[in-house]
Design a protein around this ligand. Structure first.
Ligand SMILES: Nc1ncnc2c1ncn2[C@@H]1O[C@H](COP(=O)(O)OP(=O)(O)OP(=O)(O)O)[C@@H](O)[C@H]1O
Length: 714
């Protein structure tokens, strides 16, 4: 189907925009979905392989929706993808379609988004818009959910389910378009959404899947098997592909393995790159130049790179963009390379199909994860075919891999809503936002969830337990708890949020976090810095650090702070190990706000810069929430929390707070200026020459300019 045939649906100007993007002929799935009624406003679940044109289908539907006066919400699985989709959709500005995106803090309403026609955000951020009553969200007439199969994710699935249920409650006529990878029970998702299901195996680039065992490569495709002898293992598999102009994506099991593999491979890739990579190699050192960053930079100089959750967001983006631009030839990633990040390569080599799971150790990845990794093989328009190769070490393993992965069927998608942590998080918001005023309406709300669709019943028992817990914590009131059974008999039972409950819901924290904060403030008038940091780390919202075998210093140090801490379980209690992990994390934060060098903190706590950044960003959000609850209680610790919030944000001691508020002064520059007696904005203005001498003319100009608005700096 020619794109020009779409004129009657989306106007000639829109067709021109597509043609200018090089899109002249629709892919088969796009044509078939249009013929199934894409422009008819019915709901769709589109379950087709990666890079087969799903996003474009959603764009066509959104353009049509907006032309008919609608407003669209586009849900991405990752914050990092929001800016990527924003760039993609901004092209529609030419016909007056305004796109905006927001992924930031969970309390802003971003009312400016109300002027946008397409709003891109994550499911968490969209849910927080609802909690904070952003006025524009009620005007959403169409929601597109990218990677809707992530409803299966323990961590992120429930919020997606609840968001869709809330949006359907607010606007029963809302149009829903779900974009999914190929999953076996996509008809369940379609049934839940009253949607037309479209599935296809079509891909723009054919996929060959195979195994490599002792120099013998077997590639399968449509029942045929191609056998090739390639001596030399992983290096040879890579060299052969690069020599043919391809790129390679390697999956390894752990960060350490990924890093060492990238270093080894750089010996091969270096002959395929020139000095065009030097700028990229320097870019990854801008924010951090510690050991990991240096290793990454050295790899990039030779055309390889590694990608894992320990990289800073800016480093991940730099590496991803460089790989997409074919500057980096081989990227070695861990399985956590998120499903949504689109990094196609001619050859995908799965060196290990295990991933590290906390408390479980190394476990095999799911078939769906394998299919998503394999699905990245074959860059549309660049590669004749894509090849996904699993390296195996024995004939027995080979048969297992062929059977489990290559010929395997992905697991069914299942709702994870029944987990208590998720239920309490969402039930408080459902009551706080007025979606439920009694038990019956709460149970009715749950009938809109994927969990209910799959199980035919709301988790009433768990709901009742959670309601009692929320009432005990002072977040809701419930009159003579009514009960509703499947026959519909109900005993009444009003539900209402307390002011504290509404605050906890708006702050987007786990209600248990809210209760820990509230309970600590009720019991203690005076809290030391370490006690406050430890309170943050005790909460379920904080990612705590593991206790490793040489961490006996944690226990010794905890004992030193025993009298300051608000919680210190007996060494015999089952909670003691958790306590040590939480305390270790608190000490990591304590060193950060004591201005210990970032790389020294990373090496001491055996983490990477990206991990430290996640811990400090989470702590920043938690201490803000802690402060808001302290304000609510008019607690004397409020002023201490305001200072600590700034210290966590920048990693500084109290004395640098004045200086650090000036844009452009980071923790290192602030310390340098302070040590030379320049300790406030006034000092900066009165000692311009000294400032220039200490931190360089360029930075001095920017910083002084920030204060005075001056352009030049004499
Ligand atoms: N009909 C088409 N003709 C040519 N190129 C197309 C067509 N449809 C999409 N593309 C291009 O193919 C690439 C993948 O398209 P798109 O992002 O829509 O696929 P996708 O399935 O959403 O990919 P992913 O699963 O990575 O999100 C994009 O660069 C897009 O511009």
């Amino acid at each position: 189907m020619r794109v020009s045939e779409l004129e009657e649906y989306i106007s000639p100007f829109s067709v021109k925009i597509l043609e200018d993007r090089g899109i002249r002929e629709l892919f088969p799935p796009q044509k078939e979905v249009i013929e199934l009624g894409l422009f008819s406003r019915k709901n769709f679940v589109i379950s087709i392989p990666t890079a087969s044109g799903k996003t474009l289908i959603a764009e066509l539907a959104m353009v049509r929706e907006i032309m008919e006066g609608g407003k669209c919400l586009y849900i991405v699985p990752l914050r990092a993808l929001a800016s990527e989709k924003f760039e993609e959709f901004s092209i529609w500005e030419k016909i007056g379609i305004k796109t905006g995106y927001s992924v930031g803090d969970y309390e802003s309403k971003d009312e400016w988004l109300g002027e946008c026609d397409i709003i891109i955000t994550t499911s968490e951020k969209a849910d927080s818009f609802l909690r904070n009553s952003a006025s524009w969200i009620k005007k959403i007439s169409c929601i597109v959910v990218d990677e809707i199969h992530l409803i299966d994710s323990f961590k992120r699935g429930p919020v997606l389910e609840i968001l869709i249920a809330k949006m359907r409650k607010i606007n029963p006529d809302i149009r829903i378009i779900g974009l999914s990878a190929t999953i076996p029970n996509s008809e369940e998702i379609a049934g839940w959404l009253d949607a037309e299901l479209y599935t296809s195996e079509w891909r723009p680039t054919e996929l060959y899947e195979g195994v490599y065992l002792r120099n013998r490569l077997e590639l399968f495709h449509n029942g045929e098997c191609r056998v090739k002898r390639i001596d030399g293992g992983l290096d040879a598999l890579i060299a052969e592909c690069l020599e043919d102009g391809g790129q390679v994506l390697v999956f390894d099991s752990t960060r350490r393995n990924a890093e060492s593999t990238a270093v080894k491979i750089s010996k091969i890739t270096k002959k395929f790159v020139g000095d065009e990579v030097d700028e990229i190699a320097n870019a990854v050192l801008e924010e951090n130049d510690g050991d990991m960053s240096k290793k990454l930079s050295e790899c990039i100089k030779k055309g390889s790179a590694f990608h894992h959750a320990g990289l800073l967001n800016s480093q991940r983006k730099t590496v991803e963009d460089a790989f997409k631009s074919n500057l980096i030839k081989v990227l070695v990633a861990t399985p956590t390379l998120s499903a949504g990040v689109n990094l196609p390569a001619r050859r995908v080599i799965i060196k290990s199909y295990h991933r590290f799971e906390p408390n479980l150790g190394n476990v095999p990845i799911k078939v769906l994860e394998y299919k998503q990794m394999a699905g990245r093989a074959g860059r549309p328009g660049l590669d004749p075919v894509g090849e996904a190769i699993v390296i195996v070490r024995s004939s027995k393993e080979k048969e297992k891999v062929i059977q489990r992965f290559i010929h395997g069927t992905p697991e069914d998608i299942e709702s994870k809503l029944k987990v208590e942590k998720h239920l309490r998080f969402h039930i408080l918001s459902i009551i706080s936002e007025g979606f439920a005023k009694d038990f019956r309406s709460l149970s009715d709300f749950f009938s809109l969830t994927f969990f209910f669709y799959q199980n035919g019943i709301a988790p009433d028992y768990e709901i009742k337990r959670v309601l009692n817990q929320l009432e005990n914590w002072g977040f809701i009131t419930q009159e003579n708890l009514g009960f509703v059974n499947l026959a519909g008999e109900t005993g009444g039972g009003g539900l209402a949020p307390t002011e504290l409950g509404k605050l906890v819901s708006k702050l987007y924290i786990d209600p248990l976090t809210g209760f820990i904060f509230y309970d600590t403030l009720e019991k203690f008038d005076d809290l030391s810095e370490v006690a406050i940091l430890h309170t943050l780390c005790r909460t379920p919202d904080m990612e705590t650090l593991y206790i490793r075998k040489y961490d006996d210093w944690v226990e010794e140090l905890a004992d030193k702070f025993r009298n300051e801490l608000t919680y210190f379980p007996s060494e015999l209690s089952t909670e003691y190990d958790w306590f040590l992990s939480e305390f270790k994390t608190a000490m990591c934060l304590y060193e950060w706000i004591s201005e210990v060098d970032e790389d020294l903190v990373c090496s001491r706590y055996n983490i990477s810069p990206g991990d430290l950044r996640r811990i400090t960003e989470t702590a920043e959000w938690l201490i803000y929430s802690f402060r808001r609850i302290a304000n609510f209680l008019d607690h004397p610790v409020q002023s201490e929390l305001v200072k600590l919030e700034s210290r966590i944000k920048y990693g500084i001691k109290d004395e640098l707070i004045d200086l650090i508020e000036v844009k452009g002064i980071g923790r290192a520059r602030a310390r340098k200026l302070y040590n030379y007696g320049i300790r406030s904005k006034e000092d900066l203005l009165e000692n311009r020459a000294k400032v220039s001498e200490l931190i360089g003319k360029k930075w001095a100009e920017r910083i002084i300019g920030e204060i005075t608005g001056e352009k030049d700096f004499s």
